[in-house]
Design a protein around this ligand. Structure first.
Ligand code: PLP
Length: 385
């Protein structure tokens, strides 16, 4: 077995649930209660004075949520993790913890839409300025640094265009300037990329994608140094015990799922590259990808999300989409099911291109189905353009 998959599988298998109190249950119970009772006056006093740890109120700490946080921290090789009710809540909390009026941020122009909205609108109102760079070259970051730059926010690769940033070099540069580096690692997952090891200060995931993996959960997580994680602003956007249990279940099969996503995605990307109705494939796992070397140097593998451009007009795109029999039509990604979205579905050509998408661009999340079924589905639909 590959060393990255082996490591992840060992962490997952070691989820600590063998407490005597839990009757040896291999799956921990979900602690649904909001309030925890104390045995006496002294017990409360000890907690208040920091001499003992006890649960008190679920918003401030829950055993089920903490179990999944320990696993996610270990998977990302970080000290601590904090779960949130969505990836977006995790992103907002981290921005709030680092930025103050007058701060400057550098991020990538194809960063997740809500992240860019937060910076352009919410934080801009509080006098935070943002510089957007393509992110492919170190020099762009060097040139963008200002005396008030507090944060470099990466997302490598981005989730439509798949540009990578050189994480090691950018982190080194940031350190020299006392700037924090935070990275959205949703695409690669902790199986294929561990940015803390490459020098980043904190990692964010939308656990609604691969970590959950079953399209039945919205969740987010931040992983980083213990002191930073425990000092994060408490917005109250916590993950519920029930959702934590679902996340824990999703994570149990993470190594297995990622191995399958990668194998199928590689075959499909290679197939699409050969098709004459496909003009371009964006997938960092392809040897022909313009950042393949960088991908190899900072990731041990690739997940199942890619995009490609069709040689078609809108009618052609429509008949391609409507001819699919096994691949679903829809947004989001990272689940067990293959699902695909055409940029053209979201507006007129002018609107779509103004948002930075190609009008004929398609984004495909390769699921866990048998790859031959997906290849046949794509092959048939491409013939009908
Ligand atoms: C989906 C997504 C998010 C936001 O996560 P939610 O759980 O939907 O709030 C953040 N970053 C990336 C790259 C995403 O794809």
């Amino acid at each position: 077995m590959r060393s990255d998959l082996k490591r992840v599988q060992e962490i997952i298998t070691s989820i600590d649930v063998h407490s005597e109190d839990l009757f040896g249950a291999v799956v921990p119970p979900t602690f649904e209660n909001t309030i925890y009772r104390y045995p006496d006056y002294e017990a409360v006093k000890q907690v208040a004075e920091g001499r003992a740890h006890r649960y008190g109120y679920s918003k401030n700490g829950n055993p089920t949520t903490e179990a999944v946080e320990r696993v996610l921290a270990a998977l990302e090789k970080g000290e601590a993790a904090k779960c949130f009710s969505s990836g977006t809540a995790a992103i907002y909390t981290v921005l709030l913890s680092v930025l103050e009026p007058g701060s400057h941020v550098i991020t990538v122009k194809n960063v997740y839409g809500r992240t860019s909205d937060f910076l352009k609108r919410t934080f801009h109102k509080f006098n935070v300025q943002t510089t957007f760079v393509s992110g492919e070259w170190l020099e762009e970051f060097e040139e963008a640094i200002q005396p008030n730059t507090r944060l470099i926010y990466l997302e490598s690769p981005t989730s439509w265009q798949f540009e990578l940033q050189p994480i090691r070099a950018v982190s080194q540069l940031a350190k020299q300037h006392g700037i924090k580096v935070v990275i959205d690692n949703t695409w690669a997952t902790p199986v294929f990329q561990n940015p803390l090891e490459l020098g980043a200060d904190a990692v964010i995931h939308s656990a609604s994608k691969y970590l959950g993996g079953h399209s039945d959960l919205v969740a987010g997580v931040v992983i980083g140094p213990k002191t930073w994680i425990s000092d994060l602003p408490q917005l109250g956007a916590v993950l519920s015990p029930y959702e934590s249990a679902k996340l824990l279940r999703g994570v149990r099969t993470l190594a297995l799922r990622m191995e399958r996503h990668e194998q199928s995605a590689l075959r499909i990307a290679a197939f699409l590259e050969q098709e004459n109705k496909v003009t371009r494939v964006n997938y960092p796992g392809l040897a022909s990808y313009h950042q393949y070397e960088l991908a190899q140097s900072q990731m041990s593998g690739c997940s199942g999300l890619m995009s490609f451009h069709l040689d078609a007009n809108e009618a052609g795109i429509r008949s391609f989409i409507d001819s699919l029999r096994h691949i679903s039509i829809g947004g989001s990604w990272g689940g067990f099911e293959s699902i695909l979205y055409a940029a053209a579905m979201s507006g007129t050509e002018a609107e779509v291109t103004a948002r930075g998408f190609g009008f004929t661009q398609i984004r495909l999340s390769v699921g866990l189905e048998v790859a031959d079924t997906l290849l046949e589905d794509l092959h048939t639909a491409l013939q009908l353009i």
